[in-house]
Structures are given as C-alpha cells and as structure tokens.
Design a binder for this molecule. Sequence first.
Ligand SMILES: Nc1ncnc2c1ncn2[C@@H]1O[C@H](COP(=O)(O)OP(=O)(O)OP(=O)(O)O)[C@@H](O)[C@H]1O
Length: 360
Amino acid sequence: MKLNKIQLKNFRNYDNLFLGFHPNLNIFLGQNAQGKTNILESIYFLALTRSHRTNHDSELIRWGAETMSIKGEIEKNGTRVPLELQLSKAGRLAKVNHLRERKIADYIGHLNVVMFAPEDLELIKGAPAIRRRFLDMELGQIKVAYLYDSVRYNRILKQRNIYLKENFGNIDPIFLDVLDEQLVDYGNKIMITRNNFIENLEKIANEIHHSLSHGVEDLKLIYEKKVVSDFASELKKARSHDAIRRQTSIGPHRDNLQFFVNGIDASSFGSQGQQRTIILSIKLAEIELIFQETGEYPILLLDDVMSELDNIRQIDLLETSIGKAQTFLTTTTLDHLKNLPTELQIFNVTAGNIKKSEDQ
Ligand SMILES: Nc1ncnc2c1ncn2[C@@H]1O[C@H](COP(=O)(O)OP(=O)(O)OP(=O)(O)O)[C@@H](O)[C@H]1O
C-alpha cells in the first residue's frame, strides 16, 4: 500500500499544504517544533480518524480556524483511492472515493499504518487503558467486525453505567438482564478476537525479539482478561457490587496486556533498552501481521525514533521495513542515519513550510 499524495487544510500549523510522496522513503528534516510530527500525525489521522498523541480533536484544527481537512490518495493493488477527512465542531466527515461513509467503521481500514513514536514506551510502562487502546487501534484497522463489536459494546456499557447511576437502590433486574445479554454477546466476540490477535502477534514478535537480542531473550505477551471463564455468570455475580459502585466491574473494558522478557515483567523490571527492543519487535511484528491479514504492507511512520536506536537496531528496522513498507520518518539531523537506501525524498521543514530537497 502506498500514499501517493496528501493535502492539508488548516491542520495544526499548515494552512494549505500539498505534498507528493516517494514510494519508498520520505524523510522530514528540520529543527524542533517546525511541524514534522504534524505531517505524520495527519497521515495517522487520515488512516484511523484518531491522533496518536491527543484525544482532543480540536487541537488538530489550526488556531483561529473552524474546520480542518486532510485529503490523501492511496494506491493498493494498482487501484488509486481518494480518502478525505474533515473535522469541525459538528464532528467528523469521512469520504472514500468522494462518497461519504456514514459509519466511521466503514472508513477505517482503507489506509493501514504502523506508527513508531517516542510515546510508545508508555505502551509498556503506562496504564492498562493505553494497552487496550493499542489493541483497539490495531485490531480496528484489520478487522472491521471488531470495530462494530467494540462500538456496540461501548454503547451498551455506557447505557448500563448510566442506568446504574440514575437508578441507585431501584434497579430493575429484568431491564439489566436485557442489557447484560447484549453486553456479553459483544464482549465475548471482543475477547476472542483480542486473544487470537495477541497469540499471532506474540508468535511473530518473539521471533523478531529473539533475533534482535542475539538469541538471549524470549518475549511473551500475556492477555489478562478481567473475565476468568464465563462472562455472563461473572457479570451476574458482580451485579450487587456494581449496583453499589454504580459502574460495571466485569468485562473486556477492564482487560490488560503484559509483556514478559525471559519470564520477567518488562513494565517493572525491564531496562529502557529492553523496553525499546520490545516496542520495536511489536511494531515490526504488526507490519507482518497486517500483511498477513490484508495482503498489503502498511505504511510505516517513524517519529524521531532513529536517534534513540543504536546502529544495529537501526539497520534491523530499515532492512526489515523499507523496501516492503513505504516509510515516513522525521528527524532533526541526518548524521545518525547511516544506513539509508539511495532511493528517497528529503523534505526540509521550517515553521510550517516544506521544501523538497532537489539534490536527492
Ligand atoms: N492547532 C495548531 N495550530 C497552529 N499551530 C500548531 C497547532 N498545534 C501545534 N502547532 C504548532 O506546531 C508546531 C509543532 O509541530 P510538531 O509537533 O510537528 O514539531 P516537530 O517539528 O515534530 O518538532 P520535534 O522535533 O520537537 O518533535 C509548534 O510550532 C506548534 O506551535
């Protein structure tokens, strides 16, 4: 899969930007705070309708503007597909082939991306919600049914929690039975899909991690489900507790994912270097997994990560990905990039202005 071109209107510090991309490697070079990450963020947003670094969509709209839009042209299996996303106070509008998709779930999945950013360490060190978000974002772009199940599960969960809050001391068990039946139905599907994904991801990531660590480390991904064996009966058992706490305590919205290296919990005991290698292994595994699921390599977004990797891991990353996945990379200097392929395009980024380096 390739992203041929993009047009940003009032996105972050770009008022009207048009860029055509190189099919292999695109490097955004510039000082800090010039707008390099903003470009990667716009591609991520075009793919997933979410930012990788903020939950507040309004931050993406250029200061002083009311709306923003991102247009892109992707190419897969030889077919060009225009994508468009608009954001305003009224919400989001998503178009594929110039036609509006009423459900965001129908839009996501056209453009697949894997992002590698400094914030990723939070995936290991941060709260379980960050890992659940990771599962949701990754699964959402390869399994459309998962997106539908998640949307429906979250809607019923919200309804259940509001009901528990508003009817404290006066719960109608029959009404709750109806909600719970649906919650269990969608929740079970979510857990099965997450379980399969984690098993597949672990297989590939462990092989990569094993080789990155020169054969001395084994990586395990442990899916910690809140539901131990039977969602329906556990939810029923927790009902009086939920009624007192006025919220739902059992279900995949409380799941967690843990990373273990040689049997040791990486979040508590892993070194920074080890944690970075885990992230690298997971991201490289995702590239392969998306290929297995969709038959196309995703687009790879590398935000300021090359400086953090030593020479060997840089080579691993570039050799494994570039050539397969069209890559977009931000950096403040080319000095540490020693293993670049010859086929590439450099974009110089200065205060929201972008110029192609013509001497490439
Ligand atoms: N909504 C917005 N409207 C206008 N400008 C914005 C908006 N959001 C962020 N910016 C500007 O974008 C710039 C930051 O861009 P970006 O995060 O892409 O930096 P960068 O070039 O990747 O830098 P670094 O190397 O430090 O990560 C800042 O100058 C910031 O003021």
